[in-house]
Design a protein around this ligand. Structure first.
Ligand code: EPU
Length: 301
């Protein structure tokens, strides 16, 4: 979708940067996605004004975080993409509290807190993506989830058109699911973390990095695990047991390292990836009766 010149000028007056005709394949870890105009917000405080302009012009939009857990349609996209400012995201520590901007890199946040002797998030070290994305999905790995550490979240609520602050206790964090509305936009988080010596945290981080390197295809284009684990089970093991590692539709392929990672092994399109997901889901259903649910977020035309 292309933004007309009058609206571009309006957005620029608010300090937003507009980039025209950006390929989302370059903005996502899967390397898949069509083209659209992108609005980079320079200050989060301008979101309500930017949203009013988009609503006034009937311009559909979506917010993209780190782009590491999303599968985006090919071709000219019928919405514009909004992004939060990523240069120098704010991070500071006060006692056991860490205040972090949603656009910060999740791993960067874990190491920043570690340097201030705040631990508890070692398991999240290799999870790719932004802090905002981690909050929305309640990212987790190796027994750690971000949700239990959340004290407060500042967000833009599309439903009210305002920036609001929610208490951690008022947010539900389940397995890869939260009670945020789909159009809430995470802006900042306050975390409460246990004190731990830097050296101890580093040792924990090392262990998680090793486990991840030995079991996941980290040097290939993927969105992490493509399906959620079914209750009490492992999607990766189920797909593996059906002999599907290396199975492909075009360049979309089930990783031969971890069967719940679907990789773009060349020039896969969104359609290839969706076909592969449907095919694998169907085979798992036929063999086990279990219906695998997407973990990756799909934005179709
Ligand atoms: N397994 C296989 N074959 C495979 C993959 C896994 O047999 O191809 C077996 C493993 O040997 C193990 C079991 O399945 O016995 C579980 O595998 P793993 O430890 O790799 O964990 P997972 O359940 O597949 C989850 C998260 C990952 C997270 C890891 C580590 C989900 C969907 N996945 O994977 O998160 O990194 O645990 O804690 O919850 C993600 O969210 O994108 C993600 C990758």
């Amino acid at each position: 979708m292309r933004i007309n010149e009058k609206t571009v000028a309006h957005l620029r007056e608010l300090g937003a940067e507009v980039r025209q005709g950006v390929s989302m394949a370059g903005q996502t870890s899967l390397g898949i996605g069509g083209t659209t105009d992108e609005i980079l917000l320079v200050r989060c405080e301008t979101i309500p004004d930017v949203m009013r302009i988009l609503a006034g012009e009937h311009i559909p939009h979506k917010f993209l975080g780190g782009g590491t857990n999303v599968l985006i349609a090919d071709g000219e996209l019928p919405w514009v993409m909004l992004r939060l400012p990523t240069a120098h995201p704010g991070m500071r520590v006060e006692g056991n509290a860490a205040y972090v901007d949603a656009s910060a890199d999740l791993g960067g946040m874990v190491t920043f807190c570690a340097k201030h002797d705040l631990g508890g998030m070692e398991g999240l070290i290799g999870v790719p993506g932004s802090v905002g994305g981690a909050l929305r999905m309640n990212a987790g790995a190796y027994g750690t989830q971000i949700g239990p550490h959340v004290k407060e979240v500042e967000l833009y609520r599309a439903a009210t058109g305002r920036i609001e602050t929610l208490r951690g206790d008022d947010i539900r964090f389940d397995y890869r699911h939260t009670s945020f509305a789909p159009d809430d936009v995470m802006l900042r988080v306050k975390l409460e973390l246990p004190s731990k010596p830097y050296k101890e945290i580093l040792a924990g981080i090392k262990v998680c990095n090793q486990k991840r390197r030995s079991s996941q295809p980290l040097n290939q284009k993927s969105a992490g695990c493509i399906f959620k684990n079914p209750p009490g089970g492992s999607a990766g093991r189920m797909i593996d047991e059906l002999g599907l590692k290396g199975h492909r539709v075009g360049d979309a392929m089930v990783s031969d390292r971890h069967a719940n990672f679907f990789v773009n092994a060349g020039h896969a399109g969104c359609g290839d990836m969706l076909k592969l997901m449907d095919d694998v889901r169907g085979r798992v259903r036929a063999a086990t009766g279990v219906e695998l649910e997407n973990e990756v977020i799909v934005w179709r035309n």
